[in-house]
Design a protein around this ligand. Structure first.
Ligand code: HQG
Length: 182
């Protein structure tokens, strides 16, 4: 399978497993798992055809480890990034590092200064422990601006943090007082 095709299917999987399973009539359970068999069949019925071997390759080699297969490889889910209200990916609360980073763009800054970092359409605010990742995330929308979040101070005040299976730090809200706008 060539790189272009891998990327196309990976994007398709993100859409179906995080946002719109109904697009192909796929059912996700409360923890976000879908049957691999059903995913292969329903994707194919909707013009996106791939084999179980190709799916395993995509899961294994995905640049951000976005997906997981269960132990016997009969079920698949996205590790984070869902907008679906009825899917809960259980992650333990974790002590965050002192600082975390968020990449965004200039047009959002006035609103972030006023309202803090909000979940917007996702289930959590997404933060990263390294600047490089934050820069990449911001670059999706234009010239990136990196915000430093005082996660250690937030944690001390009782805000919860979660670490997804693929290393993304998640929280429910970052009030503006904990954001360094440089
Ligand atoms: C902004 C991708 C105005 C926020 C990435 C962001 C990441 C506000 C946008 C993951 C705001 C939401 C998540 C406020 C936040 N007013 N704008 N109060 N609060 N925003 O895509 O963090 O490739 O939902 O700055 O790599 O950009 O999909 O979040 O620009 O890891 O795996 O509202 O998605 O990962 O955008 O990206 P998003 P994000 P995947």
């Amino acid at each position: 399978m060539n790189e272009k095709n891998t990327k196309r299917i990976s994007k398709f999987l993100s859409l179906i497993l995080r946002h719109q399973p109904e697009k192909i009539g796929l059912k996700l359970d409360i923890s976000g798992w879908a049957s691999v068999e059903e995913l292969l069949n329903k994707s194919s019925n909707n013009g996106v055809t791939f084999t179980k071997e190709e799916l395993k390759f995509i899961v294994k080699n995905n640049d951000k480890q976005r997906f997981s297969l269960n132990e016997n490889q009969t079920k698949i889910r996205a590790n984070q990034g869902h907008s679906l209200k009825n899917v809960i990916i259980a992650t333990e609360t974790k002590t965050p590092p002192q600082f975390l980073y968020h990449g965004t763009v200039a047009e959002f800054i006035p609103s972030i200064k006023e309202n803090g970092l909000q979940k917007m359409s996702r289930q959590h605010v997404h933060l990263s422990s390294d600047l490089e990742t934050a820069k990449k995330v911001g670059s999706r929308r234009g010239k990136p601006i990196i915000l430093t979040v005082q996660s250690g101070a937030m944690y001390k005040k009782g805000y919860e943090f979660f670490l997804s299976e693929n290393g993304v730090w998640l929280t429910n809200l970052v009030p503006a007082e904990f954001i360094e706008f440089l």
